[in-house]
Structures are given as structure tokens and as C-alpha cells.
Design a protein around this ligand. Structure first.
Ligand code: SAM
Ligand code: SF4
Length: 447
């Protein structure tokens, strides 16, 4: 009888956006055939992967402090006669590979976002030599072609990357430099992955891309892809993120009114409500253009929940520009949003612009914006109280006998009910709301 090799423990820590969450899952898929099983704890792991984010300075600095902790764990494991390999993946790896190797010698391998399909080979190489660093100049299509077609899924919702990279070059943003130009996966590959997910019990997919609505992997762009995905047996809900206002075309707006599986929720970042700042950001649209776009989207799908990203304190932002942002927020009325203080990213045009805004001013603006956005989120959640909404039951709740799911508008919903309902879409009467979530009870079907 042959004995199977002992399981190796793999710990992956993910920073940043949903695209990194997807990439981390795919890294685990790539490493599983080598005997690696995912663990929740870095201590004692055989392989640790930090899947990093470079979008803001804070996200980058967190990686270096985590590496400091990992260095100690690696030493403890070596003292006990074992080995721990440390891999830095993702956008910090792409942007600062050499710097990482220099600042933290405990790192064995640095691998950018387009090269993780090569992890098995690269890890084997680091076992033979020490500290090999990879320059990650691969094309996205090579990566997707080389990934295992099978995905390991545990839940009833899943991310599915369909587009990578960005050609927009907003003056504050590192994405075009770290993730490269816009590229779309062919629709056939996306549909095949969606079918595999649905066969494994996934009922909702969120299509991902840095500019997902720039997708051009089939006729009709993202709208065409959504219409094809809506026909996949077992897939009942489709979402997508993140969209750029410039790529929000009529076909996609129409799909929101016509495709039942396309959920009424849209994350459409505007960043600022001031035309002067939008121009300096190179966003390629005005506040008015954005507002009219929202109007058209709401005409197609009146109950759509809108969410957004905002940056406060972009270089040169005056009080009047910030007031314009508040006024846009009031006019749109968001269900939820993310707001950030401008973070100066080396190499981006905005980092060299005059008029960098003082930290304290940014703090005050962020606080005021957040207060408004939180009020709007609370009001939006309150607006569904008393209604019956279809909820996809996703998991058990925090307390015994509790389950949790999501409404069509992406609100978390807490319900009393058995775990056996996970995976079903059930009518729930919404009884109460906070800023962050809803509570409701199952509407029992008549006998
Ligand atoms: N492609 C999307 C778009 O155009 O809106 C966004 C992708 S980006 C990864 C996510 C968000 O990070 C952006 O919408 C922006 O609000 C924020 N962000 C990007 N660079 C930033 C910076 N230098 N400082 C602060 N926030 C930033
Ligand atoms: Fe960054 Fe702008 Fe591209 Fe979004 S559109 S990823 S903010 S450069």
C-alpha cells in the first residue's frame, strides 16, 4: 500500500479588493495538487502567501509590518526543525519586488499578479536556491490559460474575474502600472467557469474587473456576457464590480431593466463631485454626466441601489470642491459607499501636483462625508423595513439557530432558521434595520 504525502499547510492573507480575494482562491487551487491545504493560522504553516494591495500607502505599509511578524514565526519553525516559505504576491510584489527583498530577507519569493499560475515551479526553485525573485512580466491570458479549470468552492456565492487591468490612467491611481492594460477573458472560458461553479452549488456570481464594464470578451460586451450567464442552469444571481462611468453603455443599462438575474445594485465610483477635480483626476467625465447616467440607470431599474467610491483631499481640492462632492452625494442618495483620504502614490501624476491637502483637512472632510454616507445607508436600509424580499441564504449566523443571507440590494440579512436552508432563495419579511444590516423572518409558504 502506498502512503500519501503528508498534508502541507498553506496560509494566505489577502489585502485589498475582491480581485485579490479571487486571486487568493486561485492560488490555493494551483497549490492544492502539491498537497497544500489551507489553514487559518500562519503560525507553523509550511507556506505563507501575502496577497498584497498597493492602492494606498497604508495598505502597503501593513504588508511590511506583517512580514516582521512572519520573520519571527519562520525563525520559531526553523528552531523546531521545520521550514516556512514566505511568498509576497499581488500588487506590492509587482511594484516593489526588489524593495521587499531588501527590506525583509525572510521573504523567499516575490510574485506579481500575472504570474501566480507559476507558483508550484517557483516554489520548487526557491527550495533549491535561496531567495529567487521573479520578474512578473506575464500576460493575463497566459495566467488564465494555465490555471486549473476546476475551482474549489465552499459557499453559495463566488467571485469570478472576467477582466483585468486599466487603460484609464486616473492621475491618483497605481492600477494601470501594477495590473497593466485592459484585458478581457474570452466569454467561453467565463461561461465554463460559471457552469462549474453552479454545478458545485454556487447560486450567485460577482463578475470582477478593475474596469469590469470595459469587458469586451464577447459581442455586446459586459451586457452580452451577463445575458449568456443568466442562462446558466442554477445560477440565479449576477452582480459585477467595479464599473467606470465612461464604460456604462446603453446595452448594460438596458440589461439592468431586462435581465432578472442581474441584481439591482451598482457600484459606480465617481471619486469627486467637482468638475475641476474630476478633470485633474483625468476621470474623463463631469459631475453632470454622472448624474444623468444615474438617472438613466434608475429609469431602467427604478429600485437599483447605488454605491460609490470617493476620494477626499485630492491635490488642489478646495472647500468649494468638497461641497460639490457633498451636493452630488445628496442628489444621488447612496445605499453604501467607500470613502478614502487621498494617498500620494509614488510615480503617479497626482503625487507631483501642487496643492497637496493637509492631513487635518482631509480628516475633517472624510468625517463629514462619512457622516452623510452613513445616514444615507441607514435610510436606505430603513426603506426596506416592512417589505418581503427574496434573500439568498449564505451561511449560519453568529448565534445558534440563526442564518444569514443577502437581499437583492446586497444588504446582509439576519434570520432565525436552520442551516439546511443555506443555498435557497427565500422570501423574508424585513422587520428591522441598522446602518449595516437587516433583520427579518422567513415568510412561511401556505401549507
Ligand atoms: N476602477 C475603479 C474606478 O475607476 O472607480 C476603481 C478601482 S480602485 C482599485 C478602488 C478605489 O480606490 C478607487 O475607486 C479610489 O476611490 C481608490 N483609490 C485609488 N487610488 C487612490 C489613492 N491614491 N488614494 C486614495 N484612494 C485611492
Ligand atoms: Fe484606477 Fe482610474 Fe483605472 Fe479605476 S479607472 S483602476 S481608479 S486608473
Amino acid at each position: 500500500m502506498t502512503q500519501s504525502a503528508p498534508e502541507k499547510r498553506l496560509y494566505i492573507k489577502t489585502y485589498g479588493c475582491q480581485m485579490n480575494v479571487y486571486d487568493s482562491e486561485r492560488m490555493a487551487d494551483v497549490l492544492r495538487p502539491l498537497g497544500y491545504a489551507v489553514t487559518d493560522e500562519p503560525e507553523g504553516a509550511d507556506l505563507v502567501v501575502l496577497n498584497t494591495c498597493h492602492i494606498r500607502e497604508k495598505a502597503t505599509e501593513k504588508v511590511y509590518s506583517e512580514l516582521g511578524q512572519l520573520k519571527l514565526m519562520k525563525r520559531r519553525k526553523a528552531d523546531a526543525g521545520g521550514t516556512m516559505n514566505i511568498v509576497v504576491a499581488g500588487c506590492v510584489a509587482q511594484a516593489e519586488g526588489e524593495e521587499i527583498m531588501r527590506r525583509q530577507p525572510a521573504v523567499d519569493l516575490v510574485v506579481g499578479p500575472q504570474a501566480y499560475h507559476q507558483l508550484p515551479e517557483l516554489i520548487a526553485r526557491t527550495h533549491r536556491a535561496t531567495g529567487e525573485r521573479l520578474s512578473a512580466d506575464f500576460a493575463a491570458d497566459e495566467k488564465f490559460d494555465a490555471l486549473p479549470t476546476e475551482r474549489h468552492v465552499t459557499g453559495v456565492t463566488a467571485f469570478l474575474t472576467v477582466q483585468e487591468g486599466c487603460d484609464k490612467f486616473c492621475t491618483f491611481c497605481v492600477v494601470p502600472y501594477t495590473r497593466g492594460g485592459e484585458w478581457s477573458r474570452p466569454a467561453d472560458a467565463v461561461i465554463a467557469e460559471a457552469r462549474d461553479l453552479a454545478a458545485k452549488g454556487v447560486r450567485e456570481v460577482t463578475l470582477l474587473g478593475q474596469n469590469v464594464n470595459a469587458y469586451d470578451g464577447c459581442d455586446g460586451g459586459l451586457a452580452g456576457l451577463v445575458r449568456q450567464l443568466a442562462k446558466v442552469e442554477g445560477l440565479d444571481r449576477i452582480r459585477y464590480t467595479t464599473s467606470h462611468p465612461r464604460d456604462m453603455d446603453e446595452a448594460l443599462i438596458a440589461a439592468h431593466g431586462e435581465v432578472e438575474a442581474l441584481m439591482p445594485y451598482l457600484h459606480l465610483p465617481v471619486q469627486s463631485g467637482s468638475d475641476r477635480i474630476l478633470k485633474a483626476m483625468n476621470r474623463g467625465h463631469t459631475a453632470e454626466h454622472y448624474l444623468r447616467l444615474v438617472e438613466r440607470i434608475r429609469a431602467a431599474r427604478p429600485d437599483i441601489a447605488m454605491s460609490c467610491d470617493f476620494i477626499v483631499g485630492f491635490p488642489g481640492e478646495r472647500d468649494s470642491d468638497f461641497e460639490a462632492t457633498l451636493s452630488l452625494v445628496r442628489e444621488v442618495g447612496y445605499a453604501g459607499s467607500f470613502s478614502f483620504k487621498y494617498s500620494r502614490r509614488p510615480g503617479t501624476p497626482a503625487s507631483a501636483m501642487p496643492g497637496q491637502v493637509a492631513e487635518q483637512v482631509m480628516d475633517e472632510r472624510l468625517q463629514r462625508l462619512n457622516a452623510l454616507l452613513q445616514d444615507q445607508a441607514a435610510a436606505f436600509n430603513q426603506s426596506v423595513v416592512g417589505r418581503v424580499a427574496p434573500v439568498l441564504i449564505e451561511k449560519t449566523g453568529r448565534h445558534d439557530g440563526q442564518i444569514g443571507g443577502r437581499s437583492p440590494w446586497l444588504q446582509p440579512v439576519h434570520i432565525d432558521g436552520p442551516a439546511s436552508l443555506i443555498g435557497q432563495i427565500l422570501p423574508v419579511r424585513i422587520e428591522a434595520a441598522t446602518r449595516n444590516s437587516l433583520t427579518g423572518s422567513l415568510v412561511l409558504e401556505p401549507a
